[in-house]
Design a protein around this ligand. Structure first.
Ligand code: HEM
Length: 148
């Protein structure tokens, strides 16, 4: 199933390969644990505050506390840091976990715009922002489950 495997890869491969190189991981380049948590908190603060993200905000629960924790745990492993999400929940099965929410291009683009804004506010290095956005795009696009 080459298609399914390709999709599978999009979700779990961190934006930078580190196993066989001396390159620092994206997790390290972001600034580690505290900076990553800051990024996730800014992402959900913006989602909560900015009218342009009202569409995706409405898909989330009233309180975003669990969403914050889960995205932070997930991104920790995804960027090459500690595997906090899989330690707790096993394989992320991200696409399946998003199936209850109607995600079309508009929702994908809101999510990406919100993340781009949070990275900008976090002062993440611009080259790193671009590389992360490419990976976020692939994952977010793979999450689409509705036409439009
Ligand atoms: C494409 C647009 C996206 C939308 C509209 C969306 C929306 C949502 C919603 C509504 C939830 C449930 C929140 C909760 O239960 O607290 C969720 C969970 C989650 N999302 Fe997304 N999401 C999107 C893309 C992404 C991307 C690109 C990633 C990762 C890079 C991601 C990672 C996660 C994770 C890790 C969870 C928690 C899953 C769990 O264990 O229940 N999402 N998302």
């Amino acid at each position: 199933m080459p298609e399914a495997n390709a999709s599978h890869r999009c979700a779990i491969i961190p934006p930078m390969k580190t196993e066989d190189s001396q390159q620092p991981s994206a997790f390290e380049l972001i600034g580690g644990d505290a900076k990553l948590r800051e990024l996730v908190d800014r992402f959900y603060d913006l989602m909560d505050l900015e009218p342009e993200f009202a569409g995706i905000r409405a898909l989330h629960p009233a309180t975003l506390d669990d969403s914050r924790d889960k995205l932070y745990w997930f991104l920790s492993g995804w960027t090459g840091g500690p595997s906090l999400y899989t330690e707790r929940f096993g394989h992320p099965r991200l696409r399946a976990r998003h199936l209850p929410y109607a995600i079309a291009s508009s929702e994908r683009d809101q999510w990406l715009r919100c993340m781009a804004w949070a990275m900008q506010d976090g002062g993440i290095d611009e080259t790193l922002q671009e590389r992360l956005m490419q990976s976020f795009y692939q994952t977010a696009d793979w999450m689409r489950n509705k036409e439009g």
